[in-house]
Design a protein around this ligand. Structure first.
Ligand SMILES: [Zn+2]
Ligand SMILES: [Zn+2]
Length: 141
C-alpha cells in the first residue's frame, strides 16, 4: 500500500527517522501535514497557539533537524520564502506567479524523466524542481 499524506502518522515518521517524539515536533508536523506546504513563520504562528512560550528559534531548530533527517523537504520559490512539506512522495511544484500558491504536480514516469535530459553525470534518483505559471484560479479572474 502506498503511503499518502492523509494516512501518514507523524509519530511513526519521527520514530522511523530516529528522532525523539516530542509534543512540539508532533505539532510542527501536524501543521505542515494539514497545510501541505508551510513557511516557518506560518508553522510558528500555529504552534504558538498551543505553546505560547515557544520561540521561533526553537521552531526553526526542530524544522532544521527534521529537514536534515529527510522528514521534510524544502521548496524554494524564487520570489518567496522557503516552504516545508512532509517528504512522502517525490513530486514537482507548480508555483503561481500571481498568488504564490504552490501546487503539487506529479512527474511523468521515471523512464520519461530520463529521456527529458540528454545527458546526466549519474543516475537520477530523485527529482526536485519548480515550474512557474499562472494558476487556473488567477487566470479566470
Ligand atoms: Zn494563482
Ligand atoms: Zn509538494
Amino acid at each position: 500500500m502506498n503511503t499518502t499524506l492523509a494516512t501518514v502518522n507523524v509519530k511513526d515518521i519521527l520514530k522511523k527517522a530516529n528522532l525523539k517524539v516530542t509534543p512540539q515536533r508532533i505539532l510542527i508536523l501536524e501543521v505542515i501535514k494539514n497545510s501541505g506546504h508551510a513557511t516557518i513563520e506560518y508553522i510558528y504562528s500555529e504552534v504558538k497557539k498551543q505553546y505560547p512560550s515557544i520561540s521561533i528559534a526553537t521552531v526553526y531548530k526542530n524544522i532544521h533537524s527534521l529537514y536534515e533527517k529527510g522528514v521534510l523537504r524544502e521548496i524554494n520559490p524564487r520570489n518567496d520564502k522557503a516552504f516545508y512539506e512532509i517528504a512522502i512522495h517525490n513530486h514537482a511544484h507548480f508555483i503561481c506567479t500571481v498568488c504564490n500558491t504552490i501546487y503539487d504536480i506529479e512527474p511523468c514516469e521515471k523512464t520519461v524523466i530520463k529521456q527529458c535530459f540528454k545527458e546526466t553525470p549519474g543516475t537520477i534518483s530523485e527529482l526536485e524542481f519548480n515550474v512557474y505559471g499562472v494558476c487556473e484560479h488567477c487566470n479566470s479572474k
